[in-house]
Design a protein around this ligand. Structure first.
Ligand SMILES: [Zn+2]
Length: 53
């Protein structure tokens, strides 16, 4: 009886919703004015987009 390979279930990272990237607002100055958004690697899944079990 052949063994079935266990398929990895797609389990998207809850932090980045599986995109592997997170955007954060960039603020400058003492008033902390938002100048835009910067996308960076998701530190929860390290860019893989999948939640580690
Ligand atoms: Zn993530």
């Amino acid at each position: 009886m052949p063994r079935k390979p266990s398929k990895p279930r797609p389990n998207p990272c809850p932090t980045c919703q599986g995109t592997g990237e997170v955007s954060r607002t960039v603020r400058v100055g003492r008033k902390r004015r938002a100048v835009g958004e910067q996308s960076g690697i998701c530190l929860t899944c390290l860019g893989s987009g999948q939640a580690t079990d």
